[in-house]
Design a protein around this ligand. Structure first.
Ligand SMILES: Cc1cc2nc3c(=O)[nH]c(=O)nc-3n(C[C@H](O)[C@H](O)[C@H](O)COP(=O)(O)OP(=O)(O)OC[C@H]3O[C@@H](n4cnc5c(N)ncnc54)[C@H](O)[C@@H]3O)c2cc1C
Length: 492
Protein backbone atom coordinates (compact mmCIF):
# COMPACT_ATOMS: atom_id res chain seq x y z
CA UNK A 1 0.00 0.00 0.00
CA UNK A 2 1.43 3.39 -0.97
CA UNK A 3 1.25 6.18 1.52
CA UNK A 4 -1.06 8.56 -0.34
CA UNK A 5 -3.46 10.41 1.90
CA UNK A 6 -6.19 12.88 0.96
CA UNK A 7 -7.34 15.24 3.71
CA UNK A 8 -10.74 16.92 3.27
CA UNK A 9 -10.47 20.35 4.88
CA UNK A 10 -7.62 22.60 5.91
CA UNK A 11 -8.76 23.53 9.42
CA UNK A 12 -6.19 23.27 12.19
CA UNK A 13 -7.09 19.58 12.63
CA UNK A 14 -6.40 18.77 8.98
CA UNK A 15 -3.18 20.78 8.81
CA UNK A 16 -1.76 19.30 12.04
CA UNK A 17 -2.59 15.72 11.00
CA UNK A 18 -1.16 16.35 7.53
CA UNK A 19 2.07 17.66 9.05
CA UNK A 20 2.46 14.69 11.39
CA UNK A 21 1.98 12.26 8.49
CA UNK A 22 4.07 14.22 5.96
CA UNK A 23 6.92 14.12 8.50
CA UNK A 24 6.66 10.34 8.39
CA UNK A 25 6.94 10.19 4.61
CA UNK A 26 3.26 10.19 3.66
CA UNK A 27 2.22 12.04 0.49
CA UNK A 28 -0.44 14.52 1.55
CA UNK A 29 -3.05 16.22 -0.65
CA UNK A 30 -5.54 18.69 0.83
CA UNK A 31 -8.96 19.39 -0.69
CA UNK A 32 -10.61 22.52 0.74
CA UNK A 33 -13.94 24.12 -0.13
CA UNK A 34 -12.76 27.67 0.59
CA UNK A 35 -10.23 29.78 -1.27
CA UNK A 36 -7.71 29.71 1.56
CA UNK A 37 -6.65 27.41 4.40
CA UNK A 38 -7.42 27.62 8.14
CA UNK A 39 -11.12 26.79 8.48
CA UNK A 40 -12.48 28.67 11.49
CA UNK A 41 -8.93 29.75 12.38
CA UNK A 42 -9.04 32.31 9.64
CA UNK A 43 -8.45 35.93 8.82
CA UNK A 44 -9.92 38.94 7.05
CA UNK A 45 -7.42 41.34 5.48
CA UNK A 46 -9.01 44.46 3.99
CA UNK A 47 -8.21 48.18 3.52
CA UNK A 48 -5.09 47.95 5.70
CA UNK A 49 -6.90 46.12 8.55
CA UNK A 50 -6.30 42.54 9.71
CA UNK A 51 -8.86 40.66 11.81
CA UNK A 52 -8.83 37.15 13.27
CA UNK A 53 -12.28 35.87 12.33
CA UNK A 54 -12.70 33.23 15.07
CA UNK A 55 -10.13 32.07 17.65
CA UNK A 56 -8.38 35.00 19.29
CA UNK A 57 -6.29 33.25 21.97
CA UNK A 58 -5.43 29.73 23.02
CA UNK A 59 -4.46 27.65 26.03
CA UNK A 60 -2.10 24.66 26.52
CA UNK A 61 0.67 25.96 24.21
CA UNK A 62 2.71 22.83 24.98
CA UNK A 63 0.35 20.93 22.65
CA UNK A 64 1.73 23.01 19.76
CA UNK A 65 5.24 22.32 21.07
CA UNK A 66 4.49 18.58 21.12
CA UNK A 67 3.23 18.84 17.50
CA UNK A 68 6.37 20.48 16.15
CA UNK A 69 8.63 18.15 18.14
CA UNK A 70 6.73 15.19 16.69
CA UNK A 71 7.38 16.62 13.21
CA UNK A 72 11.04 17.49 13.82
CA UNK A 73 10.57 21.21 13.06
CA UNK A 74 10.74 24.52 14.95
CA UNK A 75 7.57 26.30 15.95
CA UNK A 76 6.68 28.38 12.85
CA UNK A 77 5.02 31.23 14.82
CA UNK A 78 5.62 33.16 18.04
CA UNK A 79 3.23 33.29 20.94
CA UNK A 80 3.04 35.61 23.93
CA UNK A 81 1.46 35.04 27.32
CA UNK A 82 -1.62 37.05 28.29
CA UNK A 83 -1.64 38.73 31.70
CA UNK A 84 -4.22 40.01 32.45
CA UNK A 85 -6.08 37.25 30.63
CA UNK A 86 -9.00 39.57 29.84
CA UNK A 87 -11.25 42.21 31.39
CA UNK A 88 -14.87 41.81 32.46
CA UNK A 89 -17.31 44.74 32.46
CA UNK A 90 -20.86 44.71 33.88
CA UNK A 91 -23.52 47.08 32.54
CA UNK A 92 -24.69 48.24 35.97
CA UNK A 93 -21.22 49.22 37.19
CA UNK A 94 -18.37 51.53 36.24
CA UNK A 95 -15.91 48.97 37.54
CA UNK A 96 -13.66 46.97 35.22
CA UNK A 97 -12.33 43.62 36.49
CA UNK A 98 -8.86 42.58 35.32
CA UNK A 99 -8.37 38.83 35.33
CA UNK A 100 -4.76 38.55 36.47
CA UNK A 101 -3.00 35.22 36.72
CA UNK A 102 -1.21 36.41 39.84
CA UNK A 103 -3.60 35.36 42.60
CA UNK A 104 -2.54 38.20 44.95
CA UNK A 105 -3.30 40.78 42.26
CA UNK A 106 -6.54 39.00 41.39
CA UNK A 107 -7.54 39.02 45.05
CA UNK A 108 -7.24 42.83 45.16
CA UNK A 109 -10.01 42.95 42.52
CA UNK A 110 -12.41 40.81 44.51
CA UNK A 111 -11.63 41.06 48.23
CA UNK A 112 -14.31 43.70 48.90
CA UNK A 113 -17.12 41.78 47.18
CA UNK A 114 -16.00 38.27 48.22
CA UNK A 115 -14.30 38.40 51.65
CA UNK A 116 -11.59 35.72 51.95
CA UNK A 117 -11.39 35.47 48.15
CA UNK A 118 -7.76 34.28 48.04
CA UNK A 119 -8.32 31.28 50.29
CA UNK A 120 -11.58 30.33 48.56
CA UNK A 121 -10.04 30.70 45.11
CA UNK A 122 -7.04 28.54 46.02
CA UNK A 123 -9.41 25.85 47.36
CA UNK A 124 -11.52 26.04 44.18
CA UNK A 125 -8.44 25.81 41.97
CA UNK A 126 -7.12 22.81 43.90
CA UNK A 127 -10.27 20.88 43.02
CA UNK A 128 -10.08 22.07 39.38
CA UNK A 129 -6.45 20.92 39.22
CA UNK A 130 -7.35 17.48 40.59
CA UNK A 131 -10.12 17.16 37.96
CA UNK A 132 -7.66 18.14 35.23
CA UNK A 133 -4.91 15.76 36.37
CA UNK A 134 -7.31 12.86 36.94
CA UNK A 135 -8.98 13.05 33.53
CA UNK A 136 -6.48 14.42 30.99
CA UNK A 137 -4.41 11.32 30.30
CA UNK A 138 -7.04 8.73 31.20
CA UNK A 139 -9.96 10.15 29.21
CA UNK A 140 -9.15 13.21 27.10
CA UNK A 141 -5.97 12.05 25.38
CA UNK A 142 -7.14 8.53 24.51
CA UNK A 143 -8.50 6.68 21.52
CA UNK A 144 -11.30 4.30 22.46
CA UNK A 145 -12.11 1.26 20.31
CA UNK A 146 -15.43 0.63 22.01
CA UNK A 147 -17.83 1.96 24.62
CA UNK A 148 -16.59 -0.77 26.95
CA UNK A 149 -13.03 0.58 26.63
CA UNK A 150 -14.36 4.02 27.44
CA UNK A 151 -16.26 2.75 30.46
CA UNK A 152 -13.12 1.00 31.70
CA UNK A 153 -11.19 4.27 31.36
CA UNK A 154 -13.89 6.18 33.27
CA UNK A 155 -13.67 3.64 36.04
CA UNK A 156 -9.99 4.51 36.48
CA UNK A 157 -10.88 8.14 37.27
CA UNK A 158 -10.56 8.87 40.97
CA UNK A 159 -14.03 8.24 42.52
CA UNK A 160 -13.72 11.38 44.68
CA UNK A 161 -14.95 13.28 41.61
CA UNK A 162 -18.24 11.41 41.24
CA UNK A 163 -20.30 14.04 43.07
CA UNK A 164 -19.08 16.70 40.61
CA UNK A 165 -20.74 14.78 37.75
CA UNK A 166 -24.15 15.61 39.18
CA UNK A 167 -23.59 19.36 39.24
CA UNK A 168 -23.49 22.21 36.77
CA UNK A 169 -20.54 24.57 36.44
CA UNK A 170 -22.69 27.28 38.05
CA UNK A 171 -23.54 25.14 41.07
CA UNK A 172 -19.92 24.12 41.57
CA UNK A 173 -18.78 27.78 41.45
CA UNK A 174 -21.50 28.55 44.02
CA UNK A 175 -20.00 25.99 46.40
CA UNK A 176 -16.92 28.18 46.76
CA UNK A 177 -18.10 31.76 46.09
CA UNK A 178 -21.07 33.76 47.41
CA UNK A 179 -20.70 36.96 45.40
CA UNK A 180 -22.71 37.04 42.19
CA UNK A 181 -19.98 38.89 40.28
CA UNK A 182 -17.30 36.35 41.27
CA UNK A 183 -19.52 33.40 40.33
CA UNK A 184 -20.31 35.05 37.01
CA UNK A 185 -16.71 35.86 36.19
CA UNK A 186 -15.40 32.44 37.21
CA UNK A 187 -18.10 30.62 35.25
CA UNK A 188 -17.73 32.74 32.11
CA UNK A 189 -15.33 30.16 30.73
CA UNK A 190 -18.26 27.75 30.17
CA UNK A 191 -19.24 30.06 27.30
CA UNK A 192 -15.84 29.26 25.72
CA UNK A 193 -17.20 25.72 25.25
CA UNK A 194 -20.18 27.03 23.32
CA UNK A 195 -22.76 26.46 26.07
CA UNK A 196 -23.47 28.22 29.39
CA UNK A 197 -22.54 27.61 33.06
CA UNK A 198 -26.12 26.42 33.60
CA UNK A 199 -25.93 23.49 31.18
CA UNK A 200 -22.22 22.70 31.33
CA UNK A 201 -21.14 19.91 33.67
CA UNK A 202 -19.02 20.88 36.68
CA UNK A 203 -16.27 18.57 35.42
CA UNK A 204 -15.38 21.43 33.08
CA UNK A 205 -14.33 23.59 36.03
CA UNK A 206 -11.02 21.92 35.16
CA UNK A 207 -10.84 24.75 32.60
CA UNK A 208 -10.36 27.23 35.46
CA UNK A 209 -7.16 25.36 36.31
CA UNK A 210 -6.00 25.67 32.69
CA UNK A 211 -7.00 29.34 32.64
CA UNK A 212 -5.52 30.63 35.88
CA UNK A 213 -2.87 28.23 37.02
CA UNK A 214 -1.75 25.57 34.65
CA UNK A 215 -0.64 27.64 31.74
CA UNK A 216 -3.03 30.50 30.97
CA UNK A 217 -3.83 31.98 27.59
CA UNK A 218 -1.63 32.98 24.68
CA UNK A 219 -1.75 35.33 21.72
CA UNK A 220 0.11 34.88 18.49
CA UNK A 221 2.37 37.71 17.35
CA UNK A 222 0.85 39.27 14.23
CA UNK A 223 -2.52 37.56 14.78
CA UNK A 224 -3.75 33.99 15.13
CA UNK A 225 -3.61 33.34 11.37
CA UNK A 226 0.20 33.17 11.66
CA UNK A 227 -0.40 29.64 13.00
CA UNK A 228 -2.02 28.63 9.70
CA UNK A 229 0.57 30.41 7.55
CA UNK A 230 3.37 28.73 9.50
CA UNK A 231 1.91 25.22 9.29
CA UNK A 232 1.07 25.54 5.57
CA UNK A 233 4.62 26.71 4.91
CA UNK A 234 6.04 23.66 6.72
CA UNK A 235 3.65 21.36 4.83
CA UNK A 236 4.75 22.80 1.49
CA UNK A 237 8.38 22.13 2.44
CA UNK A 238 7.28 18.51 2.83
CA UNK A 239 5.68 18.55 -0.64
CA UNK A 240 2.05 18.58 0.52
CA UNK A 241 -0.33 19.75 -2.22
CA UNK A 242 -3.26 22.11 -1.63
CA UNK A 243 -6.43 22.35 -3.76
CA UNK A 244 -8.85 25.16 -2.89
CA UNK A 245 -12.40 26.08 -3.98
CA UNK A 246 -13.16 22.36 -4.10
CA UNK A 247 -16.01 20.90 -2.09
CA UNK A 248 -16.46 17.16 -1.63
CA UNK A 249 -20.07 16.19 -2.27
CA UNK A 250 -20.11 12.46 -3.07
CA UNK A 251 -18.13 9.21 -2.86
CA UNK A 252 -17.71 5.71 -4.26
CA UNK A 253 -16.83 2.66 -2.18
CA UNK A 254 -15.87 -0.92 -2.72
CA UNK A 255 -16.87 -3.30 0.09
CA UNK A 256 -15.34 -1.87 3.24
CA UNK A 257 -13.02 0.61 1.47
CA UNK A 258 -13.63 4.11 0.25
CA UNK A 259 -12.50 4.24 -3.40
CA UNK A 260 -12.75 7.94 -4.17
CA UNK A 261 -14.52 11.17 -3.36
CA UNK A 262 -16.22 13.37 -5.99
CA UNK A 263 -16.13 17.16 -5.77
CA UNK A 264 -18.72 19.78 -6.76
CA UNK A 265 -17.26 19.97 -10.29
CA UNK A 266 -17.41 16.20 -10.81
CA UNK A 267 -13.68 15.54 -10.33
CA UNK A 268 -12.71 12.28 -8.59
CA UNK A 269 -10.19 12.25 -5.71
CA UNK A 270 -8.53 8.89 -5.24
CA UNK A 271 -6.03 7.82 -2.54
CA UNK A 272 -5.19 4.91 -0.27
CA UNK A 273 -6.38 6.67 2.85
CA UNK A 274 -8.78 9.54 3.52
CA UNK A 275 -8.98 11.87 6.50
CA UNK A 276 -12.02 14.07 6.97
CA UNK A 277 -11.45 17.36 8.79
CA UNK A 278 -14.95 18.63 7.94
CA UNK A 279 -17.42 18.31 10.85
CA UNK A 280 -17.49 14.58 11.66
CA UNK A 281 -21.26 14.40 12.20
CA UNK A 282 -22.32 16.75 9.41
CA UNK A 283 -20.08 15.00 6.83
CA UNK A 284 -21.52 11.58 7.71
CA UNK A 285 -24.94 13.17 7.08
CA UNK A 286 -24.40 15.24 3.94
CA UNK A 287 -21.82 13.17 2.03
CA UNK A 288 -22.02 9.60 3.40
CA UNK A 289 -25.83 9.81 3.95
CA UNK A 290 -25.58 7.60 7.04
CA UNK A 291 -28.83 6.67 8.77
CA UNK A 292 -27.32 7.18 12.23
CA UNK A 293 -26.58 10.78 11.22
CA UNK A 294 -29.75 11.61 9.26
CA UNK A 295 -31.40 15.01 9.62
CA UNK A 296 -33.69 14.02 12.45
CA UNK A 297 -30.79 12.39 14.39
CA UNK A 298 -28.59 15.47 13.91
CA UNK A 299 -31.42 17.74 15.05
CA UNK A 300 -31.72 15.76 18.25
CA UNK A 301 -28.01 16.02 19.07
CA UNK A 302 -26.85 18.80 21.37
CA UNK A 303 -25.12 21.58 19.42
CA UNK A 304 -23.23 24.60 20.64
CA UNK A 305 -24.61 28.10 20.26
CA UNK A 306 -24.13 30.23 17.16
CA UNK A 307 -22.02 33.37 16.96
CA UNK A 308 -22.79 36.71 15.44
CA UNK A 309 -19.32 38.08 14.75
CA UNK A 310 -18.49 41.46 13.30
CA UNK A 311 -15.33 43.29 12.37
CA UNK A 312 -14.87 47.07 12.54
CA UNK A 313 -12.02 49.23 11.30
CA UNK A 314 -12.15 52.60 13.08
CA UNK A 315 -10.08 55.74 12.46
CA UNK A 316 -9.39 56.50 16.14
CA UNK A 317 -7.45 54.77 18.92
CA UNK A 318 -9.11 53.29 22.03
CA UNK A 319 -6.55 53.58 24.83
CA UNK A 320 -9.21 52.73 27.45
CA UNK A 321 -9.87 49.22 26.03
CA UNK A 322 -7.58 46.19 26.50
CA UNK A 323 -7.02 43.51 23.87
CA UNK A 324 -9.55 40.97 25.25
CA UNK A 325 -12.74 42.24 26.88
CA UNK A 326 -16.09 40.82 27.95
CA UNK A 327 -19.12 43.09 28.24
CA UNK A 328 -21.90 41.54 30.33
CA UNK A 329 -25.34 42.85 31.30
CA UNK A 330 -26.94 42.81 34.74
CA UNK A 331 -29.14 39.68 34.27
CA UNK A 332 -26.51 36.91 33.94
CA UNK A 333 -28.70 34.02 35.08
CA UNK A 334 -31.75 34.97 33.00
CA UNK A 335 -29.55 35.76 29.98
CA UNK A 336 -27.52 32.54 30.19
CA UNK A 337 -30.61 30.38 30.54
CA UNK A 338 -32.10 31.96 27.41
CA UNK A 339 -29.18 32.63 25.12
CA UNK A 340 -29.08 29.26 23.37
CA UNK A 341 -32.76 29.06 22.43
CA UNK A 342 -34.33 32.46 22.90
CA UNK A 343 -33.67 35.20 20.32
CA UNK A 344 -35.23 37.60 22.85
CA UNK A 345 -31.88 37.74 24.68
CA UNK A 346 -30.55 39.73 21.70
CA UNK A 347 -32.46 42.78 22.90
CA UNK A 348 -29.66 43.20 25.44
CA UNK A 349 -26.78 41.12 24.09
CA UNK A 350 -23.59 40.17 25.93
CA UNK A 351 -20.45 40.31 23.82
CA UNK A 352 -16.66 39.96 23.62
CA UNK A 353 -14.41 42.56 21.99
CA UNK A 354 -10.91 41.92 20.70
CA UNK A 355 -8.63 44.82 19.75
CA UNK A 356 -6.03 42.99 17.66
CA UNK A 357 -4.24 46.25 16.77
CA UNK A 358 -3.53 46.91 20.47
CA UNK A 359 -0.34 44.85 20.43
CA UNK A 360 0.02 44.28 16.68
CA UNK A 361 0.70 47.62 14.93
CA UNK A 362 0.60 45.99 11.49
CA UNK A 363 -3.06 45.00 11.91
CA UNK A 364 -4.43 48.54 11.41
CA UNK A 365 -3.24 51.74 9.68
CA UNK A 366 -1.59 54.38 11.93
CA UNK A 367 -4.08 55.99 14.31
CA UNK A 368 -6.67 53.27 13.59
CA UNK A 369 -7.92 50.23 15.51
CA UNK A 370 -9.08 46.77 14.30
CA UNK A 371 -12.01 45.58 16.46
CA UNK A 372 -13.52 42.09 16.42
CA UNK A 373 -16.82 41.45 18.26
CA UNK A 374 -18.27 38.03 19.16
CA UNK A 375 -21.85 37.84 20.35
CA UNK A 376 -23.24 34.45 21.49
CA UNK A 377 -26.59 33.84 19.79
CA UNK A 378 -29.04 30.97 19.15
CA UNK A 379 -27.85 28.72 16.33
CA UNK A 380 -30.01 28.20 13.21
CA UNK A 381 -32.12 25.51 14.92
CA UNK A 382 -33.51 28.24 17.19
CA UNK A 383 -33.20 31.35 15.00
CA UNK A 384 -33.14 30.81 11.27
CA UNK A 385 -33.77 34.36 10.06
CA UNK A 386 -30.92 36.85 10.38
CA UNK A 387 -32.44 39.78 8.50
CA UNK A 388 -32.16 41.74 11.76
CA UNK A 389 -28.37 41.38 11.98
CA UNK A 390 -27.72 45.09 11.38
CA UNK A 391 -30.16 46.10 14.11
CA UNK A 392 -28.33 43.83 16.59
CA UNK A 393 -24.88 45.01 15.48
CA UNK A 394 -25.96 48.68 15.70
CA UNK A 395 -27.27 48.14 19.23
CA UNK A 396 -23.96 46.54 20.30
CA UNK A 397 -21.98 49.43 18.78
CA UNK A 398 -24.18 51.89 20.73
CA UNK A 399 -23.81 49.91 23.97
CA UNK A 400 -20.04 49.58 23.53
CA UNK A 401 -19.69 53.33 22.83
CA UNK A 402 -21.64 54.13 25.99
CA UNK A 403 -19.59 51.78 28.12
CA UNK A 404 -16.19 52.95 26.92
CA UNK A 405 -17.39 56.59 26.97
CA UNK A 406 -16.42 57.21 23.37
CA UNK A 407 -18.85 57.18 20.47
CA UNK A 408 -17.22 55.08 17.74
CA UNK A 409 -20.20 55.09 15.34
CA UNK A 410 -18.87 58.05 13.30
CA UNK A 411 -15.33 56.60 13.22
CA UNK A 412 -16.15 53.33 11.45
CA UNK A 413 -14.38 53.04 8.09
CA UNK A 414 -14.85 49.28 7.59
CA UNK A 415 -17.64 47.00 8.79
CA UNK A 416 -18.31 43.30 8.07
CA UNK A 417 -20.61 40.79 9.78
CA UNK A 418 -20.95 37.00 9.88
CA UNK A 419 -24.20 35.48 11.15
CA UNK A 420 -24.59 31.78 12.06
CA UNK A 421 -25.87 31.36 8.50
CA UNK A 422 -22.56 32.68 7.15
CA UNK A 423 -20.60 30.44 9.52
CA UNK A 424 -22.66 27.47 8.34
CA UNK A 425 -22.16 28.28 4.66
CA UNK A 426 -18.46 29.11 4.92
CA UNK A 427 -17.31 25.99 6.79
CA UNK A 428 -20.25 23.54 6.57
CA UNK A 429 -20.98 23.96 10.27
CA UNK A 430 -24.23 22.20 11.12
CA UNK A 431 -26.93 24.76 12.05
CA UNK A 432 -24.15 27.36 12.19
CA UNK A 433 -23.16 26.01 15.63
CA UNK A 434 -19.85 27.83 16.21
CA UNK A 435 -18.05 25.05 18.07
CA UNK A 436 -19.93 22.11 16.53
CA UNK A 437 -21.31 19.39 18.81
CA UNK A 438 -21.57 20.36 22.46
CA UNK A 439 -19.49 18.67 25.16
CA UNK A 440 -22.37 17.30 27.16
CA UNK A 441 -21.51 14.08 28.96
CA UNK A 442 -23.34 11.91 26.39
CA UNK A 443 -21.36 13.47 23.54
CA UNK A 444 -17.78 13.07 24.70
CA UNK A 445 -15.23 10.24 24.63
CA UNK A 446 -16.55 7.11 22.91
CA UNK A 447 -19.99 8.75 22.72
CA UNK A 448 -18.76 11.48 20.33
CA UNK A 449 -18.65 10.74 16.56
CA UNK A 450 -15.66 8.40 16.19
CA UNK A 451 -12.36 9.38 14.58
CA UNK A 452 -12.52 6.27 12.39
CA UNK A 453 -15.25 5.44 9.95
CA UNK A 454 -17.91 2.86 10.84
CA UNK A 455 -17.90 1.33 7.31
CA UNK A 456 -14.65 2.16 5.51
CA UNK A 457 -11.45 0.94 7.09
CA UNK A 458 -9.31 3.46 5.14
CA UNK A 459 -11.22 6.54 6.34
CA UNK A 460 -10.60 8.64 9.47
CA UNK A 461 -11.78 11.93 11.00
CA UNK A 462 -10.07 14.77 12.82
CA UNK A 463 -11.23 18.01 14.42
CA UNK A 464 -13.70 19.56 16.82
CA UNK A 465 -16.69 17.29 16.33
CA UNK A 466 -14.78 14.07 16.87
CA UNK A 467 -12.64 13.33 19.97
CA UNK A 468 -11.65 15.02 22.21
CA UNK A 469 -13.54 18.22 21.26
CA UNK A 470 -13.45 21.90 20.33
CA UNK A 471 -10.78 24.56 20.83
CA UNK A 472 -7.32 24.79 19.31
CA UNK A 473 -5.38 22.61 21.82
CA UNK A 474 -8.10 19.92 21.70
CA UNK A 475 -7.88 19.90 17.91
CA UNK A 476 -4.09 19.42 18.11
CA UNK A 477 -4.68 16.49 20.49
CA UNK A 478 -7.27 15.22 17.98
CA UNK A 479 -4.59 15.27 15.26
CA UNK A 480 -2.36 13.08 17.42
CA UNK A 481 -5.14 10.58 18.12
CA UNK A 482 -6.07 10.39 14.42
CA UNK A 483 -2.44 10.05 13.36
CA UNK A 484 -2.07 7.13 15.80
CA UNK A 485 -5.09 5.46 14.13
CA UNK A 486 -3.66 5.95 10.62
CA UNK A 487 -0.22 4.62 11.63
CA UNK A 488 -1.82 1.60 13.26
CA UNK A 489 -3.87 0.99 10.09
CA UNK A 490 -0.68 0.99 7.99
CA UNK A 491 0.98 -1.46 10.39
CA UNK A 492 -1.79 -4.05 10.02
C1 LIG B 1 -16.23 32.74 16.67
C2 LIG B 1 -15.31 31.64 17.18
C3 LIG B 1 -14.38 31.94 18.15
C4 LIG B 1 -13.50 30.94 18.61
N1 LIG B 1 -12.55 31.28 19.54
C5 LIG B 1 -11.66 30.36 19.94
C6 LIG B 1 -10.57 30.75 20.77
O1 LIG B 1 -10.42 31.93 21.13
N2 LIG B 1 -9.67 29.79 21.14
C7 LIG B 1 -9.80 28.48 20.74
O2 LIG B 1 -8.95 27.65 21.13
N3 LIG B 1 -10.81 28.09 19.92
C8 LIG B 1 -11.73 29.00 19.51
N4 LIG B 1 -12.73 28.63 18.63
C9 LIG B 1 -12.85 27.20 18.23
C10 LIG B 1 -11.89 26.85 17.11
O3 LIG B 1 -12.02 27.79 16.06
C11 LIG B 1 -12.20 25.48 16.54
O4 LIG B 1 -12.33 24.51 17.57
C12 LIG B 1 -11.12 25.00 15.56
O5 LIG B 1 -10.62 26.06 14.76
C13 LIG B 1 -11.73 23.93 14.69
O6 LIG B 1 -10.77 23.37 13.83
P1 LIG B 1 -11.14 22.09 12.97
O7 LIG B 1 -9.92 21.67 12.27
O8 LIG B 1 -11.83 21.09 13.82
O9 LIG B 1 -12.30 22.53 11.94
P2 LIG B 1 -12.53 23.73 10.92
O10 LIG B 1 -11.69 24.90 11.28
O11 LIG B 1 -13.99 23.93 10.84
O12 LIG B 1 -11.97 23.15 9.53
C14 LIG B 1 -12.72 22.29 8.71
C15 LIG B 1 -12.39 22.61 7.27
O13 LIG B 1 -13.07 21.69 6.41
C16 LIG B 1 -13.58 22.40 5.28
N5 LIG B 1 -14.70 21.63 4.72
C17 LIG B 1 -15.88 21.36 5.31
N6 LIG B 1 -16.64 20.57 4.51
C18 LIG B 1 -15.91 20.34 3.39
C19 LIG B 1 -16.16 19.61 2.20
N7 LIG B 1 -17.30 18.92 2.00
N8 LIG B 1 -15.21 19.61 1.23
C20 LIG B 1 -14.04 20.29 1.40
N9 LIG B 1 -13.75 21.00 2.52
C21 LIG B 1 -14.68 21.02 3.51
C22 LIG B 1 -14.01 23.74 5.86
O14 LIG B 1 -14.12 24.74 4.86
C23 LIG B 1 -12.86 24.01 6.85
O15 LIG B 1 -11.80 24.71 6.24
C24 LIG B 1 -13.61 29.61 18.13
C25 LIG B 1 -14.56 29.31 17.15
C26 LIG B 1 -15.40 30.31 16.67
C27 LIG B 1 -16.40 29.98 15.59
Amino acid sequence: MSKEVIIIGTGLGGLATGLRLASRGYKITFVEKNEKPGGRLNQIKKDGFTFDIGPSFFSMPYEFEELVKDCGIDLPFEFTELDPLYTVNFSNSERKFYLYKDIKKLTQQFDDIEPGFEQKFRKYLKKCEALFNDTLDIVIKQNFDSKTDYLKALMKVNPVHISVLYKTFWKQAGKYFKSKEVRQIISLIAFFLGRTPFDTNAVYTLLSHIEFKHNGYYNVKGGMYKIVEGLVNELKKKNAIFHYNTEIVDFESNNNRLKYFTDNKGKKWQADTFIINADAAQFRNSVFKRKKFNDSKLNKMSWTMGYLTFYLGINVKLPQVEQHNYFLGSNYEEYSKGVIKNPGTLEKPYYYVNVLSKHNDDCAPDGHEALFFVCPVPNLLYKSNWNDKNIIVDSIIRDFSKRIKQDISESIVLRMEYTPEDWQNMFNLYAGAGLGLSHKMLQIGALRPKNYDEEFNNTFYVGSSTIPGAGLPMVIISSKLTTDRVLKYYCQ
